[in-house]
Design a protein around this ligand. Structure first.
Ligand SMILES: [Zn+2]
Length: 282
């Protein structure tokens, strides 16, 4: 190991010997708030053939629901996001009251770090599970191309926690999409909520307007209208250019490289739940 830490015992249910040594691209030790972890990055080509479902789906993510699809189905924001947000706020307050350089401050910081770690792990499990089920039930998935750079800009804690979850959700969608041979398309986020999904006319609405009402007679839940627009844009992109949005996203190299080794994730998961974006809540 050239670092003098000696031999380590591998804990977990997967057998690392299943892989050739040259498939292991990187091994690193990671320090998390609750201990040290060893991370293996593996280069594995996974493609699993599936039967066509003959279904397509458009997804709109938002604060009122984790996502709304083009049929108006909603997946609620998980409770842990709210609960975690409350806890983090409380711990942050406690930390700020402690004297600089004191032992109590160190303890408070450790507590806060653990809370971030926990919500990061929960978020990952949630977004992975939801993305998996969306990919399993559809041949084509369209969603908004929300960039992490823009997302990180906002300083509202509730929103930043959600943003991180959506970003992970998207990353998992694209990962499972490649793995199961499904089409995933990120469409530009402009006008998806303002345009009428029925006639295309622009119907201006503020964030608080929850219903889309158009002069053409179309009346829909705001997010459902957006999801319908997203799906249509996705389908037209797929039809015209044939670029299926399958290119890997690299906005967050950390996350992407973790996904390269996703076959090991079952194992890595239990040991090291990456939470690369949690720090944006600090
Ligand atoms: Zn209309």
């Amino acid at each position: 190991d050239k670092k003098g830490i000696g031999r380590l015992r591998l804990v977990g249910s997967y057998d690392l010997h299943f892989y050739q040594p040259e498939q292991i691209k990187r091994v690193r030790l990671v320090r998390r708030a609750d201990g040290y972890y060893c991370q293996f990055i593996l280069s594995v080509d996974v493609q699993i053939k599936t039967e066509p479902t003959n279904k397509t789906i458009g997804l709109d993510v938002g604060l009122s629901a984790f996502y709304t699809d083009d049929q108006g189905n909603k997946v609620d924001n998980p409770k842990f996001l709210r609960k975690g947000e409350k806890k983090i706020k409380r711990l942050q307050r406690q930390l700020s009251r402690k004297q600089k350089g004191s032992n109590n401050r160190k303890k408070a910081r450790q507590k806060l770090a653990k809370a971030h770690l926990k919500i990061g792990r929960q978020r990952k499990e949630f977004s992975k599970r939801v993305a998996y089920s969306v990919i399993q039930s559809n041949d084509l998935v369209a969603y908004e191309d929300l960039r992490i750079k823009n997302l990180v800009k906002n300083h509202c804690l509730a929103k930043s926690i959600n943003d991180a979850a959506w970003y992970q959700f998207r990353t998992w969608l694209e990962y499972f999409g490649r793995k199961y041979g499904k089409v995933t398309i990120a469409v530009p986020p402009q006008y998806t909520s303002q345009n009428c999904s029925n006639c295309g006319k622009t119907v201006k609405k503020s964030l608080s307007t929850r219903t889309h009402v158009c002069s053409c007679g179309c009346q829909l839940d705001r997010d459902e209208n957006a999801a319908k627009n997203i799906l249509r844009m996705g389908l037209s992109t797929a039809g015209h250019t044939g670029t299926f949005g399958l290119e890997p996203i690299n906005a967050l190299g950390e996350l992407t490289s973790t996904l390269t080794g996703a076959i090991l994730l079952g194992q890595v998961d239990s040991l090291n739940k990456e939470s690369p974006v949690t720090s944006l809540c600090d």
